[in-house]
Ligand binder design. Structure first.
Ligand code: KG4
Ligand code: ZN
Length: 350
């Protein structure tokens, strides 16, 4: 019987405040999240001070709500998992300080979790409507694509994560959002580009696909971002409005082509037939469609956790935390928030 049966998990590394209770069978007993998109939309991007301030208002009420919805009291929790790296320092401080205070007052252990480990373990989460594919297990290839990161990993086992490729400049979500802003869409505009693209012609503009012909697993999206901006500046407002769907579809296709090409390259190199797509951009319908089609042709199992576990969320922090607590790890009160991950979080330096 595992020592830690239920952990309370807290995630405040960026602009989402999220709290969950996760048990030792990877079941999410409940999870709630408060999204701050509209508070940042006015500024066209995330304002760290606003993010931290909002966390201070929303975090403890969310803890109370999550517990009451599961019919539990704080005393029913036997450990706390909290993101302490990487992320915005002010935002991390709110979650970490709250976790330490709760752990101290309840006299239970807590553990600081690497946010990226959470994203990598998210496919193993289970709830009433999601479970990983039945034959899904370690090792797997993971493509994590969000507004902040775009990286590829070989996930060998719990705690054994190898970085095999990453963007050399912008994250794919950032490219989506910046291009969306150029087109006049509200931040974060990735989902809007996805919607507009559905009726567009992907060949309308031949946008560049950075590093696509190179044998590296690294990616680049800044050339595409600049090219997108230049393109929009070069056309009239009428041309833009008339062809908006095809302009979006062409831009989206350049990102999706790059991601799927690199995934294929990783598969050829590592010959691992389990693949995970995670991060907010994994919501992109074209990326899902092309990844699933690619995988089907090669007999690859793909796990795409539901969006609530792909975007920043506390359940993924809970699964990483409870598994580590159950193998005897915990953090000391002295740990602080960190803007970057630790060298020891990954088996290789990249
Ligand atoms: O993981 P996430 O919620 O937050 C972090 O960035 O950590 O990812 C948010 C990113 C944003 O860039 C957003 O525009 C993008 O995911 N995104 C999408 C879609 N839904 C969210 N990008 C393209 N298509 C979508 N459907
Ligand atoms: Zn994230």
């Amino acid at each position: 019987m595992p020592k830690f049966k239920r952990v309370l998990a807290i995630e405040t590394s960026c602009d989402d405040t999220s709290v969950a209770v996760v048990n030792s069978d990877n079941h999410v007993l409940n999870m709630l999240a408060a999204n701050q998109d509209k508070d940042h939309a006015l500024y066209g991007g995330i304002v760290p001070e606003i993010a931290s301030r909002n966390h201070t208002f929303t975090l403890l009420p969310l803890v109370n709500q999550v517990l009451s919805k599961t019919g539990m009291k704080l005393q029913d929790i036997d450990g706390i998992a909290v993101t302490n790296r990487p992320g915005l320092i002010g935002a991390l401080i709110v979650g970490l300080t709250s976790a330490k205070s709760l752990a101290m007052s309840l006299d239970i252990p807590f553990i600081g979790v690497n946010h990226l480990e959470g994203h990598l373990l998210a496919p193993f989460l289970v709830d009433d409507t999601y479970a990983p594919p039945s034959n899904f297990n370690y090792p797997f290839l993971a493509l994590a694509v969000s507004g902040g990161h775009t990286s590829m990993y070989v996930v060998h086992d719990l705690g054994k994560y190898e970085i095999i490729g990453r963007t050399k400049d912008d994250a794919a979500g950032e490219a989506f959002d910046k291009f969306a802003k150029t087109l006049g869409f509200e931040f974060p505009g990735g989902v809007k580009i996805d919607q507009m693209s559905k009726t567009g012609d992907v060949t309308f503009v031949d946008f560049p696909r950075g590093l696509i012909d190179s044998s590296t697993l690294d990616m680049s999206f800044s050339g595409l971002k600049s090219s997108g901006m230049r393109y929009v500046q070069s056309i009239t407002a009428e041309e833009k409005d008339k062809n908006i769907n095809s302009i979006c579809a062409s831009f989206q296709e350049a990102i999706v082509d790059t991601l799927v090409t690199k995934l294929n390259l990783a598969f050829k190199k590592y010959k691992i037939k389990n693949v995970v797509l995670t991060g907010g951009v994994s919501a992109n319908s074209r990326l899902r469609e092309k990844t699933l089609e690619w995988a089907r042709r090669r007999g690859i199992t793909v796990a795409i956790p539901p969006l609530r576990y792909c975007t920043d969320n506390a359940a993924m922090i809970g699964i990483a935390g409870i598994q580590r607590l159950n193998r005897g790890e915990h953090s000391d009160m002295g740990i602080g928030p960190m803007p970057d991950y630790l060298k020891s979080d990954f088996v290789n330096e990249y």
